[in-house]
Ligand binder design. Structure first.
Ligand code: SAJ
Length: 421
């Protein structure tokens, strides 16, 4: 049978390729013509380890093909973005526009017996909403919300849970939570996943599956916020937070995560808001965690300003214009090239706008600086940046930076947001 993947981004393309690598026909659909052309050549338009090889062979062997217009298939998997938007004074309302347009795009080609699975991380109720959009567009077919187990079309939510940088492995190994609109919808969807997933496929309701995904990312956000708050407390009372966490984690039931410059990416910094937006009165801890993590870049900037102050006190003949700051890392987490929603990038951009001196940027995973930074910062090698800089600012714990022996380069003013130096 044929599977259609709607949305060929960071989740859709690897999923499509993994299914196609098991010799199932997959039609990938994306509104981005460039992505479609790239994939049809056997290449990829995103960066993810191992993905290039499996896409290349899936396309060459004829199991994967991309197009901009949906075609009939047996099952449709939807993996489109679900960002948030500002609405009626609320800054973080889930934006289901992409799910709506994907539903409207596939509706005309739906046939009796089809399965539609929403993979995008979604607020509770989104799968039911998607089913409504499909039903509105296809009054000639029946759907689970009205016909239950007798419906023509089966609908389920199966949230993606893969970690960027390990997508190809985690797609196969991770357990999957599968929430059908009816038990039969769950079962049909589970049998599709069991075809390529080695982990367990566990069934539940659509609403519980939606909430499970939001809960996983909120759990991580709250735990990172705890670490970030500790780092601010420890700085104030002059204790090393890194040593503190190492010691506390010696307790058999304590496992504190690592502080950093803030939380980036398109998942952990977004999904908790879907819970807050639905239950603002109740989701107090989840909201506060978001605020703590979102406030961390500003705190890091204050630390840098303090170090500039220290430098100028020690060098009364100089002004801020003479101070060079070396910034290590722009990506949203270690060992990837992804700068989207990166707290490191946000800090460096703000620094570029307020610091009158030079910025030397070290980011081994990119070749050109983002547009906004090009006028007042230079991309440098680690050794050049260290030689030029008066202050070192470590923002991402890339493996290249862990190897640097900063202590041997003489006394330094250092702001190390990751505790690796
Ligand atoms: N971070 C810290 N300290 C830590 C761990 C992470 O500051 O101890 C920061 C990272 O530097 C980064 C951010 O948090 O800026 C998020 O990174 P991450 O590696 O925790 O997660 P993501 O966003 O790459 O992927 C998450 C994963 N969710 C969980 O681990 C619960 C992944 O499994 C999900 O599939 C993905 O979100 C998603 O798409 O929802």
């Amino acid at each position: 049978n044929t599977i259609s993947m709607i949305g060929l981004g960071y989740i859709g393309l690897p999923t499509a390729a993994v299914i196609a690598s098991r010799r199932k026909n997959v039609i990938g659909v994306d509104i981005n013509q460039h992505a479609v052309d790239t994939i049809n050549r056997g290449d990829i338009h995103i960066v993810e380890p191992e993905l290039d090889i499996i896409v290349h062979s899936a396309v060459k062997e004829g199991y994967l093909r991309a197009t901009t217009t949906p075609e009939p298939a047996d099952a449709f998997l939807i993996a489109v973005p679900t960002p948030f938007k500002a609405e009626n004074g609320n800054d973080h309302v889930p934006d289901l526009t992409y799910i709506e347009s994907a539903s409207k795009a596939i509706a005309p080609v739906l046939e009796k017996g089809n399965l539609v699975i929403l993979e995008s991380t979604s607020p509770v109720g989104a799968t039911e909403q998607m089913a409504k959009w499909l039903a509105e567009a296809r009054p000639d077919l029946t759907f689970p919300q009205t016909q239950g187990e007798e419906s023509d079309i089966r609908i389920a939510h199966c949230p993606e849970r893969v970690l960027p940088g390990h997508v190809v492995r985690e797609l196969v190994e991770n357990d999957r939570v599968i929430g059908g609109m009816t038990p039969r919808c769950s079962e049909v969807a589970a049998s599709l996943y069991r075809f390529f997933v080695d982990g367990e496929c566990i069934t539940t309701t659509a609403r519980t599956a939606e909430m499970a995904k939001l809960t996983e990312n909120s759990f991580r956000d709250v735990n990172i916020a705890f670490a970030n708050e500790l780092s601010i407390i420890c700085d104030k009372i002059d204790i090393s937070v890194w040593e503190l966490i190492r010691l506390a984690n010696r307790h058999p039931r304590v496992n504190i995560l690592q502080p950093g410059p803030g939380v980036g990416g398109h998942c952990i910094a977004v999904d908790p808001w879907f819970i807050v937006s639905e239950t603002p009165e109740e989701a107090r801890l989840i909201r506060t965690a978001r605020e703590v993590n979102d406030g961390k870049p500003e705190w890091v900037l204050e630390k840098v300003q303090q170090e500039v102050g220290k430098f100028l006190t020690a060098h009364p003949d100089k002004t801020a214009r003479d101070v060079t700051i070396a910034c290590f890392g722009l990506a949203f987490k270690p060992d990837i090239d992804d700068l989207r929603e990166s707290p490191a990038l946000k800090i460096v951009e703000r620094l570029a706008s307020i610091h009158p001196g030079n910025l030397a940027i070290v980011e081994p995973n990119i070749e050109v600086l983002p547009e906004k930074l090009r006028s007042n910062a230079e991309l440098r090698s680690a050794s050049t940046a260290i030689a030029q800089a008066d202050i070192l600012l470590l923002l991402v714990d890339h493996r290249e930076f862990k190897k640097l022996s900063i202590r041997d380069t003489g006394p330094r003013l250092i702001v190390d947001t990751r505790g690796i130096w």
